[in-house]
Design a protein around this ligand. Structure first.
Ligand code: ZN
Length: 162
């Protein structure tokens, strides 16, 4: 597929990040999903942004159901999105995935699936990130924290990004 154009990135900063360790290279993208079940608009970017803020976590990017892309944390910072985590082993096995990864949240539930517009924005965003960083792995949160996390789940179509 030809790379779709990246939509205008909306900056809605969150403070839930710190400094990456020295000497670390960004080489991994972590795919997440979320929605705000207690909000009247559970799939809205506003509600999901507020939910992340409430839990004092943040991915670098959030993609809404219409494909809108929000930057929450600049990629050079260490956003708090993966938590206790470990790359698939034995091929990698590194822990503390926040150190060397960029996190992308898609709005959706484990049963809603994701929209074509979301996938198109995701592909465009990953293409943009790869222009800047040597990305060697794209993993789901459920792959790096399997005991705790189930996002983006079985509905996520990996064929779009791998
Ligand atoms: Zn996650």
């Amino acid at each position: 597929m030809k790379n779709p154009a990246l939509p205008y990135i909306i900056h809605t900063p969150l403070k839930h990040y710190d400094t990456r360790p020295a000497e670390v290279s960004i080489d991994t993208i972590v795919i997440h999903s979320l929605y705000a079940p207690e909000s009247p608009t559970p799939f809205s970017a506003k509600a999901c942004h507020a939910l992340l803020d409430h839990y004092k976590v943040a991915a670098h990017y959030l993609i809404d159901r219409k494909g809108g892309v929000y930057e929450l944390v600049a990629p050079e910072h260490r956003a708090w999105h993966a938590g206790v985590s470990k790359m698939p082993s034995p091929s990698d096995g590194r822990t503390g995935v926040n150190d060397f990864s960029i996190g992308i949240e898609l709005i959706g539930s484990l049963t809603s699936g994701y929209t074509r517009k979301q996938y198109r924005s995701l592909v465009a965003l990953i293409t943009r990130i790869k222009e800047q960083y040597q990305i060697t792995a794209i993993v789901g949160h459920d792959e790096i924290a399997p005991e705790r996390k189930s996002d983006p789940g079985g509905m996520f179509e990996w064929g779009w990004v791998r």
